[in-house]
Design a protein around this ligand. Structure first.
Ligand SMILES: CC(C)(COP(=O)(O)OP(=O)(O)OC[C@H]1O[C@@H](n2cnc3c(N)ncnc32)[C@H](O)[C@@H]1OP(=O)(O)O)[C@@H](O)C(=O)NCCC(=O)NCCS
Length: 227
C-alpha cells in the first residue's frame, strides 16, 4: 500500500465537547520521579502562550514559527482543553515536582484507523526544561498509562525527520521507526523536505516496567522470553 494511503487512514479523532467543570479536580496525577502530570486546565493559559510563543520550541512544529498569543488562546488552548476521550487520553500539564513549575505538556490522543485502536503520543516542553531527561520520563509514564488504562493496540508518534530530540525520546520509551512520509502541511518548516517519521509500539511488544522493589527481590535469572 502507498505511503499516502497509510497516512490518510491514521487521522486523529475529532475532539468531543469541552469537559464540564470539575473534571480536572478529581483526577489523580501521574507521578514520575521528577514530574507530576495532571489534566491541563484553563489556568495554564499564560504558560501555554509562553510555550507556543517560543521560536526554539516551535522550530519543528506547526508552521515552524512561534504562535501569536491570540492564536494560542483561541485555537491551541481550546484544543488542549477539549475532551479527547476517557482518561488517560487527553492533554496533561507537566509540573516539576521540586518547584511546582509548569514545564510543558504531554498528550495521548485517540487515532482513527480502519483496523486497530491506536493513540498518538506527543510532548512539548519549555526550553528551560530540556536536556534533563524529562520528556523521556513523562512520555514513559503515558505509554504505560495508554496500555494499562485503555485497550489500544498501539501507541504511535510522529515528528519531522530532522527533529532528532523528539525521535530519540520515542526510541527511549520503546517506539520504533515504522515509516517516513511527506506531509504537505509541514512544507513551510525548514527541514520539512526530509519528511515526517512515524514511530510505533504495539501492545504485544510493550514491556511494563516493574517497580524497583520488585526487581530487588527477584533472582537475577529471568525465564527466557517467548519468541
Ligand atoms: C524534543 C523535546 C521534547 C526533548 O525534551 P528533553 O526533555 O530535552 O528530552 P530528554 O532529555 O528526555 O532526551 C531524550 C534523548 O534525546 C536526546 N536529545 C534531546 N534533545 C536533542 C536534540 N535537540 N538533538 C539531539 N538529541 C537530543 C537526549 O540526548 C536524550 O538521548 P540520550 O539519553 O541518548 O542522550 C524538547 O526538546 C522539546 O519540547 N522540543 C520542542 C517541541 C518538540 O519538538 N516536540 C516534539 C514534537 S513531535
Amino acid at each position: 500500500m502507498g505511503e499516502m494511503a497509510i497516512d490518510l487512514r491514521r487521522r486523529l479523532a475529532a475532539p468531543r465537547a469541552v469537559p464540564g467543570p470539575g473534571r480536572q479536580e478529581v483526577v489523580p496525577p501521574l507521578v514520575t520521579p521528577r514530574l507530576r502530570l495532571r489534566p491541563i486546565r484553563p489556568a495554564d493559559g499564560d504558560a501555554v502562550v509562553e510555550l507556543h510563543g517560543d521560536p526554539e520550541v516551535m522550530r519543528h512544529l506547526g508552521t515552524g514559527r512561534p504562535v501569536p498569543p491570540a492564536r494560542v488562546r483561541h485555537r491551541d488552548l481550546p484544543r488542549l482543553l477539549a475532551d479527547h476521550g476517557p482518561l488517560p487520553l487527553g492533554y496533561w500539564a507537566a509540573e516539576d515536582r521540586a518547584t511546582d513549575a509548569f514545564v510543558g505538556w504531554f498528550e495521548l490522543r485517540p487515532m482513527v484507523t480502519e483496523t486497530i485502536a491506536a493513540v498518538e503520543l506527543g510532548y512539548r516542553l519549555r526550553r528551560s526544561a530540556w536536556g534533563r531527561g524529562l520528556a523521556t520520563e513523562g512520555a514513559r509514564v503515558l505509554v504505560d498509562a495508554a496500555f494499562t488504562g485503555t485497550d489500544v493496540d498501539e501507541v504511535v508518534a510522529t515528528t519531522l525527520a530532522v527533529n532528532a530530540g523528539s525521535r530519540r525520546v520515542m526510541e527511549k520509551v520503546g517506539l520504533t521507526w515504522r515509516q517516513t512520509y511527506m506531509d504537505d502541511r509541514t512544507a513551510p518548516i525548514t527541514g520539512a523536505e526530509f519528511g515526517e517519521v512515524e514511530y510505533a509500539l504495539a501492545r504485544a511488544e510493550w514491556r511494563p516496567r516493574r517497580p524497583e522493589a520488585f526487581h530487588r527481590r527477584q533472582p537475577r535469572r529471568w525465564p527466557a522470553r517467548r519468541a
